[in-house]
Each structure stands twice: as structure tokens, then as C-alpha cells.
Design a protein around this ligand. Structure first.
Ligand code: NAD
Ligand code: DAU
Length: 328
């Protein structure tokens, strides 16, 4: 296939492009704005065509979309804490950007896959969300992602555009920017820095290895029914505190680094996704959390070339803003 992958220089997007080019022999064009989270180094070992631009820019989209068979949209602002401190870009990218992409897909009659998140459902105390669960997003991140999903569905119903939506649970694995829980804790543990746990640390996340999410997206792209939503959830749930304790054990860091800090406003307590619909398409998660976390810790330990420039750049300023006062 010839694919346009928007946001392909980010964490999940770059893992997806590597798999599509390496395992499926696809020809891929990446359209990416290269925000702080988008890095050309993530794709330095993968053959692809690169277009530098924003999904909300119709001329960049027109350049990137020429000649492709389908569009897969990963492009997004993805960190919940940043959506609380600086929500503007979330609204622009998720609302306007998705609209511009949908218009282009419609003009070229292309199949369109939107990469979405379990956070659109909000928090669940027990049981798991299905695709029929009500949408109750808590943060500006998840609210704007929800808006994008609804816009995608409106293009299917109103204009007969071929669309599918994949809602993933918390991903982890190589090339994840260290603002997110797992890479942040791994790098802080390696450096002997405090490990900042929000609130009581009893929140639960449903961990999905990035290779499993990419495979699920591939299944839905190939076999999903137009107009439908597919949840892609990880095989294991884990309380945040236990995630941090496992990272302490895997890195040999000192337990005393664990530091409780103020909770995130509007913090969702638990996510859990039922994935029966995508399993019926033949997908199943292959990587259990224990094994995937150990591999991920090893990847960060071995790939200092990847994270050293990040830790010494803009990330420092973000880290000071987000954690400075609570970590002293
Ligand atoms: P990321 O932050 O690592 O990467 C996002 C990419 O999008 C970056 O390359 C960035 O430069 C690019 N981008 C941002 N705004 C853009 C714009 N306006 N135009 C073009 N490119 C732009 O994110 P990620 O974790 O890889 O997430 C990818 C997608 O998967 C997102 O849509 C996210 O909502 C979704 N998702 C993420 C997770 C997770 O746990 N990380 C789980 C479920 C769904
Ligand atoms: O569920 C899917 C979502 O997972 C994606 O849609 C988002 O793009 C992705 O960022 C992620 O959102 P979370 O908010 O769940 O991930 P994050 O890594 O920010 O936090 C995971 C949990 O860890 C959450 O309960 C908050 C907590 N946390 C996070 C950080 C960064 C801490 O306790 N301390 C921290 O320093």
C-alpha cells in the first residue's frame, strides 16, 4: 500500500512506519510538524518520504496526500499535563487539523483511519469500556480527541467517506518521549533523580506495548468496517505505584527516590478497554506487561544517543515548569 502517515515522527507513528515499511513493504509518506515530540531521528533507519508541515495546513496536506491509497492520522498533542497548562495547540491540531485531513481524504476518496484513545470514555471504576460506552472525557486533551472522533464519524455518515477509528489504551515501548510515566521514571531512575508519583499513586492504567497497538491499527486498516470504532486495549492493568516499583527493581535505583507530588487536576482513576471487536478481526496482544517493561527499560539503558539530546534541551524547561516546585 501507499500510506500517508500523519504524525509519523512521534512515538507510536514511528513504530508504525517502521513496521509497515519493514514487515509489509508499504511505501510511506510521513507528514509531521516536528513539535517537541516529533523527531526525525525516530525514523533515521526507515526508508520513507518526509513532508514537514502541520495537518491544519491545507497546502502541506495537499503535497503529502498526492498518490496515496489511505491516510492514517497519529498527529496530535498527546500529553495530558500539557493540555492542562497550555490547551491551545490541542484545540488547533485535533479540531482544525482533523477537519483539514478529512476534507483532503474526501477530495481524493481515500480510506481514513483516526488514531484515538481510551481517554475519550473517561474513568471507569470496575469492568471495561466497550465501543458503545458513553463519551465522558476529563481533560482538554481527551475532550479535543473526542471532538476529532465525532468529526470523523460525521464525515462517514454525511459524506460516505470510508473511515475507521482505533482507540488505544496506554502505550509504552521504544522512542516514547520522556514526559510520559514510563520513560520519565526510567530516565529519572537511571539518573538518581526523584520519581514523582501523582496523588496516592493508586490510579490504574491498561498497558499496551506499542508493537501490539501498531499491529491492531494494521488489522483495522485492512479489515475494519467503515464507520466503525475499534478499541485496542493492552493485556494487563497495573496500578501506577507498582509500575514505579517495578522500574526501581529493574534499574536497581534507590527506593527513597519515590516522591509523592500534587495530583493532576481532573485525574482519571482507572482505564480499562474491552477489545472483543478487534479480536474478532484476528488481532490479539502478544506482549505481556512484565516482559515488555523489562525490554523497554533495557532499550532506554542502551539507547542513550536517543534521549541525551532530549534531556539536555527544551525538556529541561518543561520539567522545571511541571515538577520544579514539588520536587524542590
Ligand atoms: P507523540 O506526542 O509521541 O507524537 C505526536 C506526533 O504528532 C509528533 O511527531 C508531532 O510532531 C506530530 N504532530 C503534533 N501536532 C501536529 C500537527 N498539527 N501537524 C502534524 N504533526 C503534528 O504521540 P504518540 O504517543 O505517538 O501518540 C500518537 C497518537 O496516538 C495520538 O493521536 C494519540 O492521541 C494516540 N494515542 C496515544 C496513546 C499513548 O499511550 N501514547 C494511546 C492511545 C492513543
Ligand atoms: O490512555 C491512553 C493515553 O495514555 C493516551 O491517549 C495519552 O496520549 C497518553 O499520554 C497516556 O495518557 P496518561 O495520562 O494515562 O499517561 P501519562 O504517562 O501522562 O500518565 C500515566 C499515569 O501516571 C497517570 O495516572 C498519571 C501518572 N503520572 C504521570 C506522570 C507523567 C504520575 O504519577 N507521575 C508523572 O510524573
Amino acid at each position: 500500500m501507499k500510506l500517508l502517515v500523519c504524525g509519523g515522527a512521534g512515538f507510536i507513528g514511528s513504530n508504525f512506519v517502521r513496521a509497515r515499511v519493514g514487515e509489509h513493504g508499504d511505501e510511506v509518506t510521513v507528514l509531521d510538524k516536528l513539535t517537541y515530540a516529533g523527531r526525525k531521528e525516530n525514523l533515521q533507519d526507515v526508508e520513507h518520504r518526509f513532508v514537514h508541515g502541520a495537518i491544519e495546513d491545507p497546502s502541506a496536506v495537499a503535497d503529502a496526500i498526492a498518490g496515496v491509497d489511505a491516510v492514517v492520522n497519529f498527529a496530535a498533542e498527546t500529553h495530558v499535563d500539557r493540555s492542562i497548562s497550555e490547551p491551545d495547540a490541542f484545540v488547533r491540531t485535533h479540531a482544525l487539523g482533523t477537519f483539514v485531513l478529512l476534507e483532503a481524504a474526501r477530495e481524493h476518496s481515500l480510506r481514513y483511519l483516526q488514531v484515538s484513545t481510551d481517554e475519550v470514555y473517561g474513568s471507569i471504576e470496575s469492568g471495561s469500556f466497550t465501543e458503545e460506552s458513553p463519551l465522558e472525557p476529563s481533560s482538554p486533551y481527551s475532550a479535543t480527541k473526542t471532538g476529532a472522533d465525532l468529526l470523523v464519524q460525521s464525515y462517514s455518515r454525511t459524506f460516505d467517506l470510508e473511515t475507521v477509528i482505533c482507540r488505544g489504551s496506554n502505550n509504552y515501548g521504544p522512542y516514547q518521549y520522556p514526559e510520559k510515566l514510563i520513560p520519565l521514571m526510567i530516565l529519572n531512575a537511571i539518573h538518581g533523580d526523584p520519581l514523582p508519583v501523582y496523588g496516592d499513586g493508586q490510579q490504574v492504567r491498561n498497558w499496551l506495548h506499542v508493537s501490539d497497538f501498531c499491529a491492531g491499527i494494521g488489522h483495522v486498516l485492512a479489515h475494519g468496517t467503515s464507520g466503525e470504532v475499534y478499541n485496542v486495549g493492552g493485556p494487563d492493568e497495573c496500578v501506577n505505584l507498582e509500575v514505579v516499583e517495578r522500574i526501581i527493581a529493574l534499574t536497581g535505583a534507590d527506593e527513597s527516590l519515590l516522591t509523592y507530588v500534587d495530583d493532576r487536576p481532573g485525574h482519571d482513576r482507572r482505564y480499562s478497554l474491552g477489545s472483543e471487536k478487534v479480536k474478532a478481526l484476528g488481532w490479539e496482544a502478544k506482549v505481556r506487561f512484565e516482559e515488555g517493561l523489562a525490554e523497554t527499560v533495557a532499550w532506554y539503558q542502551e539507547n542513550t544517543w536517543w534521549w541525551e539530546p532530549i534531556r539536555s534541551g527544551d525538556y529541561r524547561e518543561y520539567y522545571e515548569r511541571q515538577y520544579g516546585s514539588s520536587l524542590g
